[in-house]
Design a protein around this ligand. Structure first.
Ligand code: NAD
Length: 253
């Protein structure tokens, strides 16, 4: 009897937050996981704490750096020999009024949140193709579909990523690669702690039918599902994991 090869996932922005929770979810199901992050020390301690030396690979890399992404993909090919799932999770948020948003912040947000997934997808697809395809999940945001103040750069980058998800789903189907998105509502992570003021928190609580922030593990479950065989006929979709925020349609200031 032959056993199925152990699958491999690459999660970007995996040193903490939603990315780390997603990496843990793959590991719990017996996958091997490459964890990539720009913060080398944070990543090293997160990976050490997983205590899974044989099934993890830590890669320090900026997703907006094409040469770095190519190098990281070569390391995955060398270490694991295959890639079955890519989670484009690395992202940054700067919440500022549009007229006070610096050109540098605008460019950096687009580079990390939109160009990063493009570069990682381009580098990952050939490796996925070698073993018959795979799945990509892009982490967008509820800010991609709901406009509000302070999020012009962030929301626009995520709306671009949501559209890129659909473009990629159409183009990469021929390679056996499914591409979907997960759109989180607010989740209590380091990012939320940095940009959600008490006023923003109050607005979210009022606007979310389930009346609370999401948990990293709840996002990880949706990401894992879309990468799994159980989602084998799903591609080009954006799954909102937001406590009903988008469905309720209550505007944020
Ligand atoms: P987080 O800040 O806790 O974690 C993000 C990780 O990405 C960090 O470890 C960071 O070092 C890494 N990272 C940042 N820039 C990078 C780069 N250039 N290259 C590689 N790694 C980089 O954030 P989080 O809340 O876990 O967010 C994860 C994703 O979910 C992001 O794309 C974010 O936009 C999205 N999201 C989060 C929320 C929320 O409320 N937390 C809501 C909607 C969407």
């Amino acid at each position: 009897m032959t056993t199925a090869p152990q699958k491999v996932a690459l999660v970007t922005g995996a040193a903490r937050g939603i990315g780390l929770a997603a990496a843990k979810r793959f590991l719990a199901d017996g996958w091997r996981v490459a964890l990539l992050d720009i913060e080398g020390e944070l990543l090293a301690s997160a990976v050490a704490a997983l205590k899974q030396r044989d099934t993890t690979l830590a890669l320090t890399c900026d997703v907006s750096d094409a040469a770095g992404v190519t190098k990281a993909m070569a390391a995955i090919a060398g270490c694991f020999g295959r890639l079955d799932a890519l989670v484009n999770n690395a992202g940054i948020a700067v919440f500022t009024p549009v007229l006070e948003t610096s050109d540098a912040d605008w460019s950096r947000i687009m580079a990390v949140n939109l160009t990063g997934p493009f570069l990682c997808t381009k580098a990952a697809a050939p490796l996925m193709r070698e073993h018959g395809g795979g799945a990509i999940v892009n982490i967008t945001s509820i800010s991609a579909v709901r406009a509000s103040t302070l999020r012009s750069a962030y929301g626009t980058s995520k709306a671009g990523l949501a559209h890129l998800t659909k473009q990629l789903a159409v183009e990469l189907a021929a390679l056996g690669i499914r591409v979907n998105g997960v759109a989180p509502g607010p989740v209590e992570t380091a990012m939320a702690k940095a940009v959600h003021t008490p006023e923003i928190r109050a607005d979210y609580h009022d606007a979310i039918p389930l009346n609370r922030y999401g948990l990293e593990e709840e996002l990880a479950e949706a990401i894992f599902f879309l990468c799994s065989e159980r989602a084998s006929y799903i591609t080009g979709q954006i799954l909102a994991v937001d406590g009903g925020f988008d469905a309720a349609g209550i505007g944020l200031p």
